[in-house]
Design a protein. Structure first.
Length: 272
């Protein structure tokens, strides 16, 4: 169907007062970013081959942008694939208005952000880290152009059976800066350090030889972890006659509480 304007007679109509709107806010955004050397962000929506090179694809409105592999911050196509669906930062390198495309560099954006971050970051600060990759035991996150690794034991108090169930790519984590080494370009952060430690306050709620209901939070070769409250997990030995799985509700008997080691030892009485 054609997009022609309906021609009708209108009292008071003057043809010269009808101005066609040619302003494109998306191109204005691209021009401004290019002219001011500023950073844009968009989701990496795909990967295409241009001039025999793999390129990440981003969109600013209806305008397609390409981030060549060498400007993507990824070492290979496998790493580039990990970025698909994620929000990425980039700078405009050049553009083709007639072709409705632009070329961008994520590397340049990350370098820009990192330079600013190194000038501002200090030990003891609380900042936001955005999770980029999550595996079983570690989170790789961004803190302003700088990649940090947060091990599973620095995510939260208590037992974490599988980190991928607790943290997802794109999650915003509040972290404390533990160490800054600009010479080696390393920063250590901890999400756990920003949270209240349930110890030793939790010991007022549990007593040796008493029994409490908990939930199996993990099953290991050496025993079962039982969550009693957020951040407090007790360790119970396996039972000879019964096996448990994650999520089972159980009644446990407190055998020992070690405040110094922040550990509780229990025995499973029964499944509830």
């Amino acid at each position: 169907m054609s997009d022609q304007m309906l021609q009708i007679l209108i009292e008071g109509f003057q043809d010269e007062k009808l101005e066609e709107n040619k302003y494109d806010e998306h191109w204005q955004k691209i021009y401004s970013a290019y002219q001011n050397n500023s950073i844009l962000q968009a989701h990496l929506v795909g990967i295409e081959t241009k001039l025999n090179k793999p390129c990440g694809v981003v969109q600013i409105g209806h305008i397609r942008g390409y981030i060549p592999l060498e400007y993507s911050g990824a070492d290979n196509i496998q790493e580039l694939r990990k970025l698909t669906g994620e929000l990425v930062a980039f700078k405009i390198i050049n553009y083709d208005r007639d072709g409705e495309v632009f070329t961008a560099s994520r590397t340049a954006a990350l370098e820009h952000m990192a330079n600013v971050t190194w000038k501002r970051i200090k030990e003891g600060q609380t900042i936001i880290a955005v999770a980029r990759e999550v595996d079983f035991s570690e989170v790789k996150a961004d803190i302003g152009g700088i990649q940090v690794k947060i091990p599973i034991n620095e995510i939260d108090y208590g037992w974490i059976d599988d980190l991928t169930e607790k943290v997802k790519p794109g999650d915003h984590l509040r972290v404390k800066v533990l160490e800054v080494n600009e010479q080696e370009k390393k920063v250590k952060v901890s999400a756990k350090a920003t949270k209240k430690n349930p110890w030793p306050d939790c010991t007022r709620r549990y007593h040796v030889h008493s029994e409490y209901v908990g939930k199996i939070s993990g099953v290991e070769e050496y025993g079962n972890f039982v969550n009693l409250e957020p951040g407090v997990d007790a360790l119970a030995p396996h039972l000879r006659w019964e096996k448990f799985k994650k999520g089972d509700r159980v009644l446990v008997r407190i055998l020992k509480i070690d405040v110094k080691k922040e550990q509780i030892r229990v025995r499973i009485v029964k499944k509830v």
